[in-house]
Design a protein around this ligand. Sequence first.
Ligand SMILES: C[S@@+](CC[C@H](N)C(=O)[O-])C[C@H]1O[C@@H](n2cnc3c(N)ncnc32)[C@H](O)[C@@H]1O
Length: 300
Amino acid sequence: MERLRTHQIFWNAHVRKEKNRERNLEKRIHTDLVWQEIEPLIRPGIRVLDAGGGFGRYSMALARRGCRVVHLDLSPSMVEEARQQAQEAGVSMEFVVGKVQDLSCFAEESFDLVLSLDAPVSYAYPEEKKALQELIRVTKRFLVISVVNRLGQVPVALEMELRWHKKLTWTKKFWESGNWDHPSFFEAVEERIPFFSRFLFPPLHAFTPQEIIDLVTDNGLRIRRCVATGTLARLLSPAIRKKLIRNQELYQEFLELSRRYDAQFEVLGVGCKVASGFLLVGEKEKRDEENMGESDIYPA
Ligand SMILES: C[S@@+](CC[C@H](N)C(=O)[O-])C[C@H]1O[C@@H](n2cnc3c(N)ncnc32)[C@H](O)[C@@H]1O
């Protein structure tokens, strides 16, 4: 079956699950940390593309802050959910069903800020490089992407593989290549019974930090920030995560500490276990002073 279709079947079936993910406190912390990376980059009136925006986890908040948001996603059900939420909240956004590896409906440098969060670039595999090029082409200034962090996901691959057999073949292949494919016998079932795809985590490419840094810089962006988002949170016990979240003052202090910890070179290959574990902020040299202001968000 065509890969795009496999992904659509999976994501169309996961709208409710996506919306409920913050019940897992590791994910809740991840979302709050990602928001802290985005927030300094936004101003009312800037044009933002949320590519692979899902049900609107970030695009809704951006539209509420007065950004002019285009929300794009591969899954018609995700886009429909985002559209309904926007309508209910009375915020305006533009919606596009489309794929991150083909942004040909947008001209070069159409957006001040381009986001692609929680791994749409990884899911664009085997066209992950094309996806990156497209995202870079359409941004005028900032790109914020988060991708699957390869080493951080090796334990997840291992746990998944052990559900099916007593070998570590898929895990070793995943570690070496970064590619997570459906085994051929599953692909044969998906071909005959497309419904089956909703139960299989979709194929993806997991990046090492250096791999994604090289790709982004080779395509002309200056790296402003690299973070293995959620590393510190991942290393805590569930009880401590709960304790932190219950105390707002302590929680804010913890988020600050996490942002520093997760950006340390020594942990860049780890990241959150339950969401994309590597986030990168890139910036084009050219500045659109009119829209973004000549701010020194990231000193030269
Ligand atoms: C884990 S969700 C993240 C959604 C949102 N960015 C967030 O952080 O809440 C991944 C999203 O990527 C979308 N997606 C997967 N492959 C894609 C592709 N090639 N192009 C565009 N969107 C894609 C899925 O439909 C899904 O909504």
